[in-house]
Design a protein. Structure first.
Length: 432
């Protein structure tokens, strides 16, 4: 992972210390249940917990052992034996390495998702505050980057709030799907480990039991998990790109907060660049880069191979830690976003009322003019405004084809017409 874009609590989940602690807990919980079943002596299980529960396992020592064993779980178990003593021989009875690795990975992804859900909640809270603040702040809606019809800035933000509600549901579902435990032994037959051990470990680690583990947990779960992260990253990017567009000098309707003493350019002292939202676009690309490898990990050979292992050692921490950072960065941008209603109004007015063209056309059809003729009349006058020849309303008043009374025509240029259903949308998004 790129440490520049990390938060300590997210990184801690993927530390060697945390990983080995989880490995120990899986092994020790399994030993406890095996002792209950009479597979190993009860006093041995108790000794394993007593001697290992407060230990910080030595990653350097494990690495040293692994240089000989060329096997990380065996190296870990050897190190535990150095701490626990002869009772450690009862660890890992009937288990295989994937029982430890896959179950640990599930725990780490579940814990990471809890952090991601906290980040989404912060984004939702920020969006709700700012959306309600600008519920009726008029701004121009754009399609293809071109002025369309008026909306409100609050309505824009409400749309993003609805999207991040969906993001939250996706993460909840992804967590549920990924949080599974496998303690089924070689090729998943439970030949040398009782299924009750798996259920016990799952309960202790806060996981569900994997119905069929073929020595590994099926990787369709992981593919769905990382795909969900990719979609959330894309939602982050969509809002980041909107802010970047709104900060352009020619638009300047909203802007990232610019701190005192902040510098925008090493060459041009006047610059105020949207660096945070540009950074979010880049982080979204990083997170999405995990999706295709996760999909390709699904098709393992027979009951298992380890082609997925090297991939997951990278994408697990990278995708979750960077998405966690991105969510909190986005929340901070929204919380401190500079909003310029006067520039929004200025931009609405730039085309001299053209944003009301549809309403004029519809009024003409209701007055008996065919849609084709109404469209032609309105468009011809609109094109004059595009060429800078005058004001839209003046052209319409002078056009004999526009048969509406002048007071009715003027009333069609009321911005309030476009905000009359904002309450309806807000109730859908935020409730009553």
């Amino acid at each position: 992972m790129i440490t520049r874009y990390t938060r300590p609590e997210a990184v801690a989940i993927w530390s060697q210390e945390t990983k080995y602690r989880i490995w120990f807990e899986i092994e020790a919980h399994a030993a406890t249940k095996m002792a209950e079943l009479g597979v190993i002596p009860k006093e041995s299980a108790e000794a394993i917990w007593a001697k290992g529960k407060d230990v910080v396992f030595d990653a350097d020592r494990i690495d040293e052992i692994e240089r000989t064993t060329k096997h990380d779980v065996i190296a870990f178990l050897t190190h535990v034996s150095e701490i626990v003593g002869e009772e450690a021989r009862f660890l890992h009875q009937g288990m295989t390495s994937s029982d430890v690795l896959d179950t640990c990975f599930a725990v780490q992804l579940a814990r990471s998702t809890d952090l991601l859900l906290g980040g989404v909640d912060r984004v939702l809270a920020a969006l709700e505050v700012r959306a309600k603040e600008h519920k009726y702040t008029p701004t121009v809606g754009r399609s293809h980057g071109i002025h369309a019809e008026p909306v409100t800035f609050g309505l824009k933000l409400a749309g993003y709030h609805a999207e991040f509600q969906r993001a939250k549901r996706r993460l909840v579902t992804a967590r549920e799907e990924i949080a599974t435990c496998a303690i089924s032994g070689a090729v998943g037959t439970f030949a040398n480990v009782d299924p009750a051990v798996e259920q016990y470990v799952a309960d202790q680690m806060g996981l569900a039991v994997e119905p069929v583990s073929t020595q590994v947990i099926p990787r369709d779960r992981h593919a769905a998990y990382f795909a969900a992260l990719g979609v959330v990253a894309s939602s982050i990017e969509r809002l980041a790109v909107e802010i970047r567009h709104l900060q352009r000098t020619e638009v300047l309707e909203a802007e990232e907060f610019f701190d005192k003493g902040q510098k925008g350019s090493s060459a041009m002292p006047h610059k105020r660049n949207p660096i945070l939202t540009e950074n979010l676009t880049g982080l979204a690309r990083l997170v999405r880069s995990a999706v295709t490898p996760a999909m390709e990990n699904v098709a393992l050979w027979h009951e298992r191979d380890i082609s997925h292992s090297s991939v997951e050692r990278g994408i697990g921490p990278d995708a979750t830690v960077h998405l966690d950072f991105a969510l909190h960065r986005l929340a901070g941008v929204i919380e401190r976003l500079n909003v310029y209603p006067e520039n929004m109004q200025k931009n609405i007015d730039r085309l001299g009322g053209l944003v009301h063209s549809q309403r004029v056309m519809l009024a003409l059809t209701q007055a008996g003019v065919s849609r084709e003729d109404a469209y032609a009349a309105v468009q011809e006058n609109a094109m004059k405004v595009w060429r800078g020849e005058g004001a839209f309303l003046d052209f319409l008043k002078a056009d004999a084809r526009v048969t509406l009374p002048q007071d009715q025509l003027e009333a069609l240029f009321d911005l309030g017409y476009h905000t009359k259903n904002v309450d309806v949308v807000f109730k859908r998004v935020f409730g009553s």
